[in-house]
Design a protein around this ligand. Sequence first.
Ligand code: ADP
Ligand code: GLC
Length: 512
Amino acid sequence: MRPLRICLVASELAPFAKTGGLADVLLGLGRWLGRKPKGSAAAAAAPPAGAPSAGAGHDVRVFVPFYKRIADSALKADSALKTVPLPGAQNIDVRFPQRSIRFSIRVAPLPQSDVLVHFVDCPELYGRPEIYTNEGDEALRFAMLSRAVLETCQRLQWSPDLVHCNDWHTGLLPLYLRTVYAWDRLFANTKTLLSIHNIGYQGFFPESQLDTIGLGDQRAHVHHGDLRNGTFSFLKTGVLHATRLSTVSITYAKEIQTSEYGMGMEELLRTRSQDLLGIVNGVDYGEWNPSSDPLIPHHFDANNLAGKSRMKAALLSRMQLPHDPRAPVFGVVSRLTAQKGFELFADSIPVFLQREDMRLCVLGSGESEHEKYFQWLRDTWPKKVGIYRGFQEELAHWIEAGSDVFLMPSRFEPCGLNQMYSLRYGTPPVVRRTGGLADTVEPWNPTTQTGTGFLFDEYSSQALAGTLDWVFRNWRDQRGWQQLIKNGMQRDFSWERQGPEYVALYRSILGA
Ligand code: ADP
Ligand code: GLC
């Protein structure tokens, strides 16, 4: 079968611009899709260092904004990121009704792959300290991303088989393709896939902004109910116009069609139920692997866990907490938002901190009520709780590696990567049975010695507390615990396994 021409578009891409799992998925999927298949002449000639060898060998082009943080880091003399202007894609003016906005494309290889990242260089819109803003032109910033992708394809005369859009930021691309660019034969056979990574962010803006972004005469194609309320949504527009839809786990694909999880989009999604597929995210074990992770000082694998004990000691010392091998360390690495369920800690965690010899290491930032709560825990139990407020890639790897238990009590979780990372790092997760957590964590059964973690159903502090009790009881049986760790470490969520599901979906879209 011929390789596909795939255009991957998103607002985040690890390691350049990341606030959450979207960035990791774009990196892992992009790498895998573009990697030459095992045994091909090209793969034999240039195997990327440290990377698994079996890939898909497609012609993949990834598009992300050239945010200020990326531009600044590319400028540093010792930076690993070297971008160059892409010939033929310089100083392109995109016409919006009120004015034109100019962009250029700079390219650089996706680390450890042959795939080229296309950075949309538009300082006027992306030259800001943050990836996301609350400024008045946020709609324009991401409308521009979609336009820039299509304009670049035109300049290069590169006709994608499929544009794979991700989340609300790219939601307008299918509509632009069907309207503003409908005249261009280049796109005559181009199909679109919109992947929903989080329905909690729908990209709502005042309806008047449709004029600003050049879709003023397309109101008929925008969700009518929203227009009546004076708004429109990027994500809904994408759901209406993408050829197909996907989301990042099988359970979440079902959940978002219900009123409990659909966040107002359930009805619309039900109308496209036949076109919506759940594919569980992959893990890039080139980045997240305790036996080779360059961000941790002690390495280990399922057959030799000595390095994990050393990581536990190192983590506690880094968090300035006393070390005792018998006291379990609970880890949290998270955006601190309502989605993640930390409100359940309020009536559960203090009981355990009071009663048990345990440690809690938290890395995260977000809503101030959660930040304050964790600070209160730290102030109240300074010998048991360590927190780091902020975003710190290295510490995230340390917590995965040095903890004994990973806490992820999410209210909803489209997929979740952290629980899969923690499984590989020998850190059994405690999760609520929702979304991708339900699809990737299997309940530990000490009788049969099967399972990989701990699950609870009801979204309540009591349910979480009951599960933590159960965790402590199992922790006391260290022989069983070692088996639990091994079970999790042996699970394989690699892109080598998950990626082919995307390719099968792409091919079914193209064949349809
Ligand atoms: P989400 O995308 O909803 O935030 P995921 O579990 O899919 O949840 O992915 C989260 C990703 O972001 C992981 O790679 C995790 O390590 C990372 N992450 C989250 N918060 C932080 C932080 N404060 N510092 C470093 N990495 C973080
Ligand atoms: C979102 C979701 C998370 C998912 C990630 C990548 O941010 O909250 O569950 O793993 O996207 O798909």
